[in-house]
Ligand binder design. Structure first.
Ligand SMILES: [Zn+2]
Length: 75
């Protein structure tokens, strides 16, 4: 698989996903992702993207200003 931006090589890496929802920020650590070795573009598989969406929907109701979760603990 290659980067859809620059056609560079994608590497499997754990990255931090940050969602800024305005009144709160959710940080999901160690998310399995593909990172382009050339331009640094980060992409997620469909499964991971769905999980991130679920985590955000679950977490945003806690009304904490900053939430930090580890992906492997919540997915
Ligand atoms: Zn790229």
């Amino acid at each position: 698989m290659s980067c859809f931006m620059c056609k560079g090589n994608l590497e499997d890496k754990l990255t931090n996903f940050i969602a800024d929802l305005g009144n709160c920020i959710i940080i999901v650590k160690d998310v399995p992702s593909q990172v382009c070795s050339q331009c640094g573009e980060v992409s997620y598989s469909n499964d991971v993207a769905l999980q991130l969406e679920k985590i955000i929907n679950k977490t945003k109701s806690t009304l904490t200003e900053i939430t930090v979760v580890r992906y492997s603990n919540v997915a």
